[in-house]
Structures are given as structure tokens and as C-alpha cells.
Design a protein around this ligand. Structure first.
Ligand code: BG6
Length: 484
């Protein structure tokens, strides 16, 4: 549809930004926190991802919230560190962990910022892996349910928007990258068991939230990447649909309908995969009715037909921020991905495609008819301070303006969208490129070399510098999306 005027945002629309505990907090050995598997995984990543200090939000959260308030935020999406809240297998709650998050939540509320809280964002405690068997073990479901109960009990009086697991689809599709596959010997098979266990954890979170949090709402956080067919060759269209199913739709259907789709059941049958799914599991999944879908959307992908006898090619992510290094995957008989000549690319070869945002919201709304909030969207870039000590991130402003405009158009199209929280508020660690791949509206004055080589954080500046995008975003959100 074509509109003559700029799109309008609803009166109570929530504007904010997003983060995750292990990518922003630091303080990994403080306040009673024990190690998480991601700590180990991230120190192995090259060039950098070490999360010992990250953005030092653990020590500076008050300063960060003050900056959010000054910017005009009405929401902030962050995650809880499981091993900060429950550091050991005895299940005892760490009062210092609760105190830290209470402090953050209270600070947000004092500043009229609605907390949107992710229960799990990639940081499985080492004790869950070593003593319970991690995501491969059903014991993890009880431990996760206990975590949920502790969170709802302690924070549910003030936190009303909850997110279960961040990007379960990506944790399964990119298990080696995100560390989900640690300990697996036959990942292609085991990942479906892990996925099922995650589905049960998600279901427990949904059910407990509704039981324990008065007025509480909860949803999943799929990573959504719309897939376009490369050409109008019908084979390319089917390939795009296959890619859509195998990287996201399988998950979204399960969350919404509480059951596995025929497509995934058929996929398992043809690949001789037999996840351990019990009748009581299916009952549980059916009971877990989500209130909204939380959407992480950065980019699009393009697919073409893959012949069954073609050679398998794994996804080779661009890890260095120099254009042209992405290796596109080929899944024989299902789909292959390729570059799209109609869009620009970031230095990490991610498509810059604002209309992917409108497409995603339309697609999810058309399929599921649930309210949506955007919990991630953003521009990862190589950035440094200019001679004047400021960060003039014009490209990020353009990126955000175009993306937010498309959110507005999707709302005009009839989609119910209640919040926009781009990734990220401050610069923080990317999943594998340290702080070098910067996403923030606020610059953190440090580098990966400094973070890795210092003795402790007191040696570093870690100064918060508002980027040009911070000022631009502030004007936009204070006008509720009118001042572009
Ligand atoms: C999302 C994740 O998929 O993408 C975040 O939820 C992540 O944790 C973000 O940081 C950006 O990806 P990357 O690889 O650039 O950090």
C-alpha cells in the first residue's frame, strides 16, 4: 500500500533499546556469579569476544539508565544472567544477584522506563552443563523452571513483559557459533533433542509467568530473517520457503500452535531423526499460550533452488568486518543462499534492507495475528572517535531511520506493533567480534585490545560518548516518531 503521509505510531508505543547480560555486564567473577559456558566459548573466539569486562554495565548501570532517560526511553530490553541468580547446582538463590537486578529494575522504573526482560540469552551456567548435562538433559528443564520461578517471584511485581529464550532458532541453526553444540557428537541429530528441551523450557516459562506474575505477558524471541526467492523460477520460490521453514517457521509455528508442524515431522522422518518427544511434553506445549511475539530482525536473505546432488556448503560467517567474506550455505535438495543485488551490505556482509522489516512484521502478523515488539534491529559497524572526540555515525542514523520508517508503514498496513528496541543502547560485545563490531547509540571508549590486555577495568576509560545517532534517536522518540 502507498501512503501519502509519514506513518504514525500509536500513542503508548514503547521506544527503547536492547542488550544481553553476557554482552554488556562484565563483572563475570563478581557479586557471586559463577562462570557460564559462553564465557569459555567467547574467550576462544577470534579475533575477540572475551566478556570479562564487556561494557562494564555491572558497575555503571546507573549512569547507563540516566543516559537512557535523557534520551527519552520508555522501555529497555535486557537479559538476566542465570549464573548470577543461581550460581550452583544446589539451586540456592544468590542475594547479590537479585540485588543487582533489583537495582537495575528500580532505576528503570524510577525513570519511567518499562523493563522488558529476557530470561535466557545464550549464557548457560557451567554447573548446568557439567552437573546436569546442559541442553541435552531433561534435568535442565527443572533447573530452568526453578530459574523462572525465582525471577517471577523476585521481579514479577515490577516486570510485566517477559521474554523466554533468545533466538532459539539461531541457537539451533548456528549451534557451533553460539556454543549450543558443545559436547554433542552428532549435532545434526542431537540438535532436535536440544530444540525440544528448549521448547519445554519455553513452555514452562510461559505457564509459570501466567500463574505467578499478575498482569504478566510473555513471548518468545525468534531471530527473523525474511527469505526472498532469487528469481521467479518456481524452484527458487520453493527453496525460499524451505529456507524459511528450516531456519524460522518451524519454531514460530511451535510457539504459536503448541505443536510440531507437519513439515518438521516430515523432515525428521526423511532424515531418520527421532527426537525424544513424550505425550506429556505435547500437553505441556499446548498449554503454553504466548501473549506476543518478540522480533529480532536485522536483515534479509535470498535463496535459490539447490539440487539434491550438489555439494553441501556450511554457512561461513564474516568474522572480520571486511566486506565480501561471507560463505553462503548450500543445503542440498532444500535451498542455497546467495547475495542480493538489490540491497547494500554492511562490513560484515549483512543485508541493509529496510523493507525486510515491513515484510517481517506483515508476515508474522498475517500468519499468527499476535501483537509484536521489536527487540533487536541494528547496524554493526567499524567505528572510531573523530578528531573532535565525538562519533559521527551517519550510516547508523540512515539505517535506523529507514528501518523505523518501515515499522511505521507496517503499523499503517494493520500490524499490531507495541515497541521498538534496537540493538543496542551502548556498544557491547558482538557474538564473535568483540566490541569492534559496534552497534550502540552510545560509544564505549575502549577497544578489544584494551579489554583483553588490561589487568582490570580500573585501567580503562570506558567513558560513555553519545553518538550522533543518540541525539537523532532522542528527537525521534520524544516526538513519538514524528521528527525524522
Ligand atoms: C542477535 C543476538 O541475533 O544478533 C545478539 O540476539 C547479537 O546476541 C546480535 O549480538 C548481533 O549479532 P552479532 O553477531 O553481530 O553480535
Amino acid at each position: 500500500m502507498y501512503y501519502k503521509e509519514d506513518p504514525k505510531f500509536p500513542e503508548n508505543f514503547m521506544w527503547g533499546a536492547s542488550s544481553a547480560a553476557w554482552q554488556v555486564e562484565g563483572g563475570v567473577a563478581e557479586g557471586g556469579r559463577t562462570p557460564a559456558m559462553i564465557d569459555i566459548n567467547s574467550t576462544k573466539k577470534k579475533p575477540y569476544a572475551d566478556n570479562s569486562i564487556a561494557a562494564d554495565h555491572f558497575h555503571r548501570y546507573k549512569e547507563d539508565v540516566a543516559l537512557m532517560a535523557e534520551c527519552g526511553f520508555s522501555s529497555y530490553r535486557f537479559s538476566l544472567s542465570w549464573s548470577r541468580i543461581i550460581p550452583h547446582s544446589d539451586g540456592k538463590v544468590n542475594p547479590e544477584g537479585i540485588k543487582f537486578y533489583n537495582g537495575l529494575i528500580d532505576e528503570l522504573i524510577k525513570n519511567n522506563i518499562t523493563p522488558i526482560v529476557t530470561i535466557y540469552h545464550y549464557d548457560l551456567p557451567v554447573w548446568v552443563y557439567e552437573e546436569l548435562g546442559g541442553w541435552r538433559s531433561r534435568k535442565t528443564i527443572d533447573a530452568f523452571e526453578h530459574l523462572c520461578k525465582v525471577c517471577f517471584e523476585n521481579f514479577g511485581d515490577r516486570v510485566k513483559y517477559w521474554l523466554s529464550l533468545n533466538e532459539q532458532n539461531m541457537q539451533i541453526c548456528y549451534g557451533h557459533w553460539l556454543g549450543t553444540s558443545v559436547g554433542c557428537t552428532d549435532w545434526e541429530r542431537e540438535k532436535w533433542d536440544i530444540n525440544h528441551i528448549m521448547n519445554l523450557c519455553h513452555a514452562k516459562a510461559v505457564i509459570r509467568c501466567h500463574e505467578m506474575v499478575e498482569g504478566g505477558k510473555i513471548g518468545p524471541v525468534p531471530g527473523y530473517v525474511p527469505i526472498y526467492p532469487k528469481t521467479c523460477n518456481p524452484g527458487d520460490q520453493i527453496a525460499a520457503m524451505n529456507a524459511e521453514e528450516l531456519t524460522q517457521k518451524i519454531w514460530n509455528d511451535t510457539y504459536v500452535y503448541g505443536e510440531y508442524s507437519n513439515f518438521v515431522k516430515k523432515y525428521w522422518e526423511t532424515h531418520d531423526i527421532h527426537p525424544d518427544i513424550r505425550p506429556e511434553d505435547l500437553e505441556l506445549m499446548k498449554k503454553a499460550k504466548i501473549d506476543f511475539i518478540s522480533v529480532n530482525c536485522y536483515r534479509s536473505n535470498t535463496a535459490y533452488e539447490s539440487k539434491i546432488d550438489s555439494e553441501r556448503q556450511e554457512y561461513g560467517l564474516n568474522k572480520f568486518g571486511i566486506k565480501g567474506q561471507m560463505q553462503w550455505p548450500n543445503v542440498p535438495g532444500e535451498y542455497a543462499l546467495c547475495t542480493n543485488p538489490y540491497v547494500e551490505y554492511t562490513d560484515w556482509d549483512w543485508e541493509i534492507d529496510p523493507q525486510a522489516m515491513r515484510y517481517s512484521l506483515r508476515y508474522l502478523w498475517n500468519h499468527y495475528r499476535l501483537p509484536m515488539m521489536i527487540t533487536e534491529n541494528g547496524f554493526g559497524a567499524n567505528e572510531t572517535k573523530d578528531a573532535d572526540g565525538q562519533v559521527h555515525d551517519t550510516a547508523r542514523i540512515e539505517f535506523l531511520r529507514d528501518q523505523i520508517y518501515q515499522v511505521g508503514l507496517a503499523i499503517e498496513d494493520g500490524c499490531e506493533v507495541i515497541a521498538y528496541n534496537p540493538w543496542s543502547f551502548t556498544d557491547l560485545l558482538s557474538t564473535g567480534n568483540g566490541i569492534k563490531k559496534r552497534y550502540g547509540l552510545v560509544y564505549i571508549d575502549t577497544t578489544d585490545d584494551e579489554l583483553v590486555n588490561c589487568k582490570d577495568v580500573s585501567e580503562l576509560s570506558m567513558k560513555r560518548i553519545k553518538k550522533d545517532s543518540y541525539y537523532w534517536y532522542s528527537k525521534l522518540i520524544k516526538s513519538n516518531g514524528k521528527d525524522w
